[in-house]
Design a protein around this ligand. Sequence first.
Ligand code: NDP
Length: 453
Amino acid sequence: MANAVDTFMAGVIAKNPEQKEFHQAVQEVAESLMPVLDKHPEYRKGKILDRIVEPERVIMFRVPWVDDQGEVQVNRGMRVEFNSAIGPYKGGLRFHPSVNLGIIKFLGFEQVFKNGLTTLPIGGGKGGSDFDPKGKSDMEVMRFCQSFMSELFRHIGADVDVPAGDIGVGGREIGFMYGQYKKLTRKFEGVLTGKGLNWGGSLIRPEATGYGQVYFAEEMLKTRGESLKGKRCVVSGSGNVAQFATEKVLDLGGVPLTFSDSNGFIIDEDGINREKLAFVMDLKNVKRGRIKEYIEKYPKASFQPTESGAKCNPLWEVNCDVALPSATQNEINVEDANNLVKKGCYCVSEGANMPTTPDGINVFLESKILYGPGKAANAGGVAVSGLEMSQNSMRLAWSREEVDTKLHDIMKSIHKACVETAEAYGTPGNYVNGANIAGFLKVADAMMDQGVV
Ligand code: NDP
């Protein structure tokens, strides 16, 4: 088995050199899928694995814009249209200086399987730019978004490719991009999700990823007859996903203790209550400040700065029951995973995409804790994006309760699919195999039906 994966990976690495995050994402899926390919030789004959790792299309483009000082700036934009076997390409746009093709391809690849799990008809895609919105004025962000959309608009459409937000892309950026799309195409259509409520957005879309992540944690805990009530929860990040994960932890009676950003993390042993969460939302979404400002407002909390080059992140050494990584990829390495388990954590539900390194994942699997990989646990965001598309097509808007109930049901069904599939393939309790295999089967069967395209 190891040999088949090694041989396959050697081909992927040779063809996509230097895309290390993409290799990491493919390796994990390939390892899960070998038993499936053994059981279903028709997938091997149809070269489904070889086809599924090759994006249907990669678009790369120049994004020139003018800053507030009148200087011309140039960024790179990209969109990877990965797989459309089960629906239009769907996946977020990330604006962060670290963005490169390997990162967008890993995200697009994961998205294919995640979207397969949601029960909705959406294919996989991802895009973004190395533009850094941090420290830019609203007008600079607007000029950048307009320039970005001036090229992207010709590649997307409500039935073709429907981008959403991700790191660095929230309601403000979606608004600027939607305005430019509409101006260029003269179409008011559901081409982006995460839109404002009075121009086609869905209730619960901003909340969906974090809420879904916590619903998934609750489902995992239920398998052990437990709930989130009274559980100490460690959250990383302080953006969209982290904020709404914290809100749902509070709804379900858990105790959120931390927030972080790239400069460090805060810990509040008294628990982060609703008033403190409202402060963080204002700090991050309106004032666009840094998380260390939390301790100026709440001096009983403490702040620990990020130490560059450190072997591990002290955030993951906080005593906790539940960890909700919600910042970025590879934020939990093998030392961090060991520290979490040592400090009593027995449930990890990933809001971020691929936040745990492969050897970190092995620590979680070997210690038999409840480990929900991002592909399954953070699928609530794209699921409600799918619901936003449905509402746009019908020209109707559902109530908050309706959308939240649908989200909750989808997270339960993803959880059930992971549990049942992991069991059917001989690895009960392994949500990694469960998610990879269940997502794959849906997409692979559609690819088989549609011939070699
Ligand atoms: P935001 O931009 O709203 O927030 C990102 C947060 O993570 C910020 O606190 C940011 O801190 C921190 N962060 C980002 N990069 C780094 C880094 N390199 N080191 C340390 N901290 C970092 O993004 P989202 O909350 O939307 O996304 C968070 C994660 O969730 C991502 O992995 C994303 O792919 C995933 N996700 C998001 C979905 C969504 O619906 N938004 C859907 C599914 C997954 P700082 O301000 O210092 O950069």
